[in-house]
Design a protein around this ligand. Structure first.
Ligand SMILES: Cc1ncc(COP(=O)(O)O)c(C=O)c1O
Length: 403
């Protein structure tokens, strides 16, 4: 008898679970395919189309035959656009060898965990945290350690809490500002205190800045790498074009940091992905150079939606929602609804509440537990204002049915 295929999968896979956000969107999609009118606010994807001039840059690349393998870590023109971007926005000067373009920020993060994590190394994750970090770390045999951030503190990492989680095995700190799912931004003062801890304890930092531009405050989002040269030498910044320029499907991200680390990333990429898509690289270079003009109206729209959604959630008894400073998610506290019942069946957890909202309101929003909070849910407002208005109306009606 041959061994069953399920026994032949690599044992490290037992640590992984499918992305909970993608799971909920696939349930919503399945309901939609059966003709059921579901409003899906579970995904982290801009609803805007990629700007036309960006598409034109890709068409031009295609018609000019730019369809071959490229340099592993990205074409020189895109690296130059990224170099200029870091200099312009963050005062950081990276050489081309310190930049590696990948197939999305998610890919860059995975490559970084590959080159930085040894079995048993602890990776500190301020929580709530994006759901893919722990699984990517586990897949690379690291040990993800969640450092809880308090809601009363705007879900910002408390440096004292960070210290209390340090052990001799702590190696890497992942920062994500603006944060998915809370929208929290780490201000410069707080970053300076975190930076002291990083240097004192010989940590490295991966700073995921994918939502950098989706910022509703009046000042730019500071990066820990910009604080001083010592931090620049301990930090790798991850960013990409997916969220800022509505280019999720193009799969272009990048990482920039100290040369030794980035050369290792380049080597891993050379043996795995070879290079990011040639045509998408041309489009990304165009977007990064001239994207501010397309991006401004999108930001204005996100801002309007954020204000509307926050007010609407706060109008629902049992829900509290703080205005996020960045990204395109709200993370309302729904603890006031837990323990109530629908038709005699108690709704005890945010998972059950998500099911209830999907079944009764036909609205998909994600439970906060996999992000690190069992009292919150995440709604993405990367969706039209009219659909958000209809969605919040349905949620409010469904909540009124809970006893
Ligand atoms: C915090 C965070 N980092 C990285 C990514 C991945 O972005 P990309 O599309 O560039 O892989 C996402 C996407 O949801 C995200 O929320």
């Amino acid at each position: 008898m041959p061994r069953p295929l399920s026994d032949m999968l690599a044992s490290r896979l037992s640590l992984l679970k499918p992305s909970p956000t993608l799971l909920l969107s696939s349930r919503a999609r399945e309901l939609k395919s059966r003709g059921i009118d579901v409003l899906d606010f579970s995904g982290g994807e801009p609803d805007f189309d990629t700007p036309d001039p960006v598409k034109q840059a890709a068409v031009k690349a295609l018609s000019e035959g730019f369809t071959k393998y490229t340099a592993v870590g990205g074409i020189p023109d895109l690296k130059e656009a990224i170099r200029e971007k870091f200099l312009r926005d963050q005062g950081l000067n990276f050489s081309p060898r310190e930049i590696v373009v990948s197939n999305g920020a998610k890919h860059s993060l995975f490559e970084l965990f590959q080159v930085l994590v040894n079995p048993g190394d602890q990776v500190l994750l301020p929580a709530p945290a994006w759901v893919s970090y722990p699984d990517q770390i586990l897949l690379n045999q690291g040990d993800p350690v969640l450092v809880p951030c308090r809601e009363e503190d705007g879900f910002r990492l408390d440096p004292d809490a960070l210290v209390s989680f340090l052990t001799p095995r702590s190696k890497l700190l992942v920062l994500n500002s603006p944060n998915n799912p809370t929208g929290a931004i780490l201000d410069k003062k707080r970053l300076e205190r975190i930076a002291e801890i990083v240097l004192k304890n010989d940590l490295l930092v991966v700073s995921d800045e994918i939502y950098e531009k989706i910022n509703y405050t009046s000042s730019p989002v500071p990066s820990i790498a910009s604080l001083d040269t010592a931090l620049r030498e301990r930090t790798v910044i991850v960013n990409g074009v997916s969220k800022t320029y509505a280019m999720t499907g193009w799969r272009i991200g990048y990482a920039a940091g100290p040369r030794e680390i980035m050369e290792a990333v380049d080597t891993v990429q050379s043996q795995t992905a070879s290079n990011p898509n040639s045509i998408a690289q041309k489009a990304a270079a165009f977007a990064i150079r001239s994207g501010e003009t397309f991006f401004a109206p999108m930001l204005e729209e996100y801002h309007k939606r954020r204000d509307w959604v926050v007010t609407a959630f706060n109008g629902i008894p049992g829900i509290r929602c703080a205005p996020p400073e960045g990204a395109f998610y709200v993370f309302p506290n729904v603890s006031g609804l837990l323990g109530r019942s629908y038709k005699g069946v108690p709704v005890q957890t945010v998972y059950e509440l998500a099911e209830f909202f999907l079944d009764v309101a036909r609205v998909a929003i994600v439970p906060g537990t996999p992000f690190g909070s069992p009292l919150h849910m995440r709604l993405s407002y990367a969706a039209s204002l009219s659909s958000l208005q209809e969605g919040l109306r349905r949620l409010s009606e469904a909540v009124a049915l809970l006893e």
